[in-house]
Ligand binder design. Structure first.
Ligand SMILES: [Zn+2]
Ligand SMILES: [Zn+2]
Length: 354
């Protein structure tokens, strides 16, 4: 893994920010560098991942009932360097290299109190309308959103922590146990990190599916069987290869993949839907699913999995190095979005680097 030198922090008053001004239109604009309030820190961004959800907002201006009002700044997969502290911040210093938790939950509702802040009804999530995101040179965060990263973890690797945390959360939710046989629909970044996490949890067989040849080729390093769902049925071939599937993960957000994930698991098995459908309604096959008393779960983002992922990265057990396939400067964010949208050039994870 690469490490990055940390140059001395000189904080300017004006910064560049990549602003979504209309669907598929991003303009680089000058914006004042924000100053950290009490309990906050100013972070100079060094790497920000481009997420499939960013691309949804870029292309459609919305994901379901979450609608962008323009102008708007996207971005929720940041890593950077602390450059200034607000009043009362302890335990952090300028120059600290940090990954950042993108969610700020209320801390006092029932879901927060039972340890599920990812389901907090008033959670504020970076780059999810109306909360501004981090496609900018600087951003202010609550100090407790900062997770210091060891020298062995690069900024680029740290910027993959959010999707990594999503995969680990899904595997925790689905309760993958040693010896389990797993199917994963979708070989995009979330499918791949789910496969990595499932393997760490002890899965002995992993089948993956994706219609995109470059993604199937990438997934071959993580899966025992990789199938093309556009070429025919995948459910029977996976069942035959695995013997039976204990847990399936859907990491696409489309009807066909949800059908495959729910149909492929054994009686009493579990299907975890991670993908975010672009549509407002999906359907299920009630009869085969009720006959096997399918345990169906829908995952939301991540939950206390950022720091475990960082520890796994520091030990090399989770290696994000192979996930990042493309890098762009901030002024080429639109090119990165278009690349990911078109699945061009074998892209898996594209990243803005500063
Ligand atoms: Zn993301
Ligand atoms: Zn809450």
């Amino acid at each position: 893994m690469l490490t990055d030198s940390t140059p001395a922090a000189v904080v300017p008053t004006v910064m560049k920010s990549a602003v979504l001004t209309a669907v598929r239109t991003i303009a680089l604009a000058d914006a004042p560098v924000p100053s950290p309030g009490p309990g906050q820190v100013l972070v100079r961004l060094r790497a920000v991942g481009i997420c499939g959800s960013d691309v949804h907002y870029y292309v459609d201006g919305r994901i379901g009932d979450a609608v962008v009002s323009f102008p708007y700044v996207l971005g929720h997969e940041p890593a950077g360097e602390v450059v200034a502290l607000g009043a009362g911040v302890t335990g952090l210093a300028p120059g600290d290299r940090v990954a950042l938790e993108p969610a700020l939950s209320c801390g006092h509702c029932e879901m927060c109190l039972v340890g599920r802040p990812n389901c907090c009804p008033s959670v504020q999530f970076l780059g999810s309308p109306p909360v501004p995101g981090v496609y900018a040179e600087y951003h202010v965060f609550a100090a407790h959103q900062c997770v210091p990263i060891p020298d062995s973890v690069s900024f680029e690797a740290a910027a993959t922590l959010e999707p990594m945390a999503v995969g680990v959360h899904a595997v925790n939710l689905g309760r993958v146990r040693p010896g389990d046989r797993v199917a994963i629909m979708g070989c995009g970044p979330i499918g791949i990190v789910t496969a990595m996490a499932a393997r760490l949890a002890g899965a002995t067989f992993i089948a993956m599916t994706d219609p995109i040849p470059s993604r199937r080729a990438f997934a071959a390093a993580y899966a025992d069987v990789v199938l093309d769902p556009s070429a025919g049925d995948v459910v029977d071939p996976i069942r035959r290869a695995a013997g039976a599937v204990d847990i399936a993960f859907e990491a696409v957000g489309v009807q066909e993949a949800i059908d495959d994930a729910t149909l492929v698991v054994k009686p009493g098995g579990t299907a975890v839907i991670i993908g975010i459908p672009a549509v407002d309604r999906i359907s299920l096959y009630p009869h085969p699913l009720r006959r096997k008393e399918l345990h169906l779960m829908l995952a939301r983002r991540s939950n206390f999995t950022l720091e475990p992922c960082l520890r796994l990265m520091a030990t090399g057990q989770l290696d994000p190095g192979r996930i990042v396939t493309h890098r762009f400067p901030l002024d080429r964010l639109a090119d990165g979005m278009e690349l990911v949208h078109a699945y061009r050039d074998g892209v898996l994870k594209a990243m803005i680097v500063f």
